[in-house]
Design a protein around this ligand. Structure first.
Ligand code: MN
Length: 498
């Protein structure tokens, strides 16, 4: 699907990308303790004795974290392992008081699955590429060191210590920055639909380790580097771009790529070496003796499956086939779960207000949302989530257009007033006298005035310049302040010019 290549001095290079995404599980409590997980609390206000690794404390798995990991696995069509186990990954960090992280190396809870991406926004059904997911395992997050609080000392905040993460490991199936970006956006969209992670990359609840290598087309895989904790889609794409070009430069000047961990610097758009990469055996993984293996009953897995909502691809296809929307519109409306829910509420309310079926009003609702409403919201710096106009209020406006009470032009003005004042469409139309008129007397009077003032154009029109008809329509609507029924204007103008 992508023929992305780097043109080197010695020929064309192919880029191989795999992503390891750490996604914070949306739960009230941590993975093995009852401490809270809310973002933005005072440092060390959400730390239990378990999170602080006091001697003798025992971890107890939080069932909700397990449930969300299983639901996520089902959402990417993955193998759910009814037997999994927790392992200790031993390493020392000042923000990890246990001295080890509880993770799952040998027996992850979720096995092989996949995420389908498309690079064609205009037609998301075209050129679909399947990106393999090797596994999802559940593990603890570490705390946070703060180096800017004191001139000579570092502080530690353990609020995040022990928070549940899913590590979602892709196959090295991506071949361009655009594919990496599309995969990350699609994965985030699925997590948000499922509700297992809020996908908020700025707050660190989703971050990606970016594995990149390059090779001449057809060669064996090259040595990869891993750039850690990249926290936006744009930065992931920039990491791939920079790192691939750097590797080509190194290889073409006779150097070797070393397997290492690197850091992305958003200020310069470049990566730099952090430390040479450890292999799994360096961590001395072993089964955590404090925790029994995790055995999932079939009924539990089926309950998880039954709790899944309609997912983005299924929803998009339904919008196309059942609601008759274009692939483009269906793609935009389903990309984020909030947009899809808003659209559905609008379509339901619009159908009810106009006594029609949802399929009959879907196009009107979709066109209006995509072309008018998003633009108007953007102008006042709002989004659907904090919009002063909800789906019910919008449906009232659409109904006024649908039954010809107001014209489409007037509807734009009414929407602006709605956003400004929070008043309903009907109230505004009544108050400001914006109702569309089919009063032929008033329209005829307006036409007579316009024809008298533009005798030259009338002559040209009668002489065969028919394109001028639009000019007369525009002038009439202007005099009528946009309130004349366009159909009536057309008829009366034809008569007057005939
Ligand atoms: Mn990890």
């Amino acid at each position: 699907m992508s023929n992305y290549r780097i043109q080197g001095a010695t020929g064309e290079w192919e880029v191989i990308i795999g992503l390891e995404v750490h996604a914070q599980i949306t739960t009230a409590a941590k993975l093995f303790s009852g401490a809270a997980t809310a973002f933005g609390a005072e440092p060390n206000a959400q730390v239990s004795l378990i999170d602080a690794a006091m001697p003798g404390m025992l971890p107890v798995p939080n069932q909700e974290c397990i449930r969300q990991a299983v639901r996520t696995g089902l959402a990417i069509d993955a193998q759910i392992n009814s037997y999994s186990r927790f392992d200790r990954k031993n390493y020392f960090y000042a923000d990890l008081p246990q001295g080890y992280q509880i993770s799952q190396l040998y027996h992850p809870i979720v096995g092989e699955g996949h995420v389908d991406i498309s690079l064609d926004d205009k037609n998301p059904d075209a050129e679909v590429k399947r990106i393999g997911v090797e596994r999802i395992h559940v593990e603890q997050d570490a705390g946070k060191l703060m180096h800017d609080q004191h001139p000579t000392m570092s502080y530690v905040d353990l609020n995040r210590s022990g928070v549940a993460l899913m590590e979602i490991v892709s196959r090295p199936d991506m071949r361009s920055p655009a594919e990496a970006g599309a995969y990350l956006r699609k994965l985030r969209s699925i997590l948000r639909y499922v509700g297992s992670c809020d996908g908020n990359m700025e707050e660190g609840s989703m971050r990606a380790d970016v594995n990149v290598s390059v090779r001449k087309v057809g060669d064996e895989l090259g040595t990869r580097t891993e750039t850690k904790n990249v926290n936006s889609v744009r930065f992931v794409m920039a990491t791939v771009e920079h790192e691939a070009n750097r590797q080509v430069d190194v290889l073409e000047s006779g150097g070797k790529i070393v397997q290492e961990t690197r850091l992305f610097d958003p200020d310069t758009g470049t990566t730099r070496s952090m430390r040479s990469k450890e292999d799994a055996h360096d961590y001395r993984y072993f089964p955590d003796p404090d925790l029994l293996p995790l055995v999932l009953e079939p009924g539990f897995i089926e309950d998880c499956r039954a709790s899944l909502p309609e997912l983005p691809d299924a929803k998009r296809h339904r919008y196309e086939t059942v609601l008759g929307l274009t692939p483009y519109a269906a793609g935009v409306l389903t990309a984020e779960v909030e947009t899809a829910l808003w659209f559905e509420a609008l379509a339901d309310a619009t159908a009810a207000a106009q006594a029609k079926t949802k399929a009959e009003v879907a196009k009107q609702a979709s066109n209006w949302l995509l072309s008018e409403f998003f633009g108007a919201l953007n102008k006042i710096g709002r989004t659907l989530e904090n919009s002063p106009v909800g789906p019910e209020a919008a449906a009232e406006l659409l109904a006024l257009v649908g039954n010809s009470t107001i014209s489409g032009t007037i509807a734009k003005q009414v929407l602006e007033k709605m956003l400004e004042t929070g008043d309903g469409a009907g109230v505004i139309v009544e108050r400001e006298g914006l109702k569309q008129t089919s009063d032929t007397g008033a329209i005829d009077a307006a036409i007579a005035g316009i024809l008298a003032a533009n005798a030259d154009k009338v002559a040209q029109y009668k002489g065969g310049k028919e394109a001028l008809f639009g000019f007369f329509v525009g002038q009439t609507m202007k005099v009528m302040q946009g309130k004349a029924n366009p159909q009536v204007v057309n008829e009366l103008l034809k008569k007057a010019l005939g």
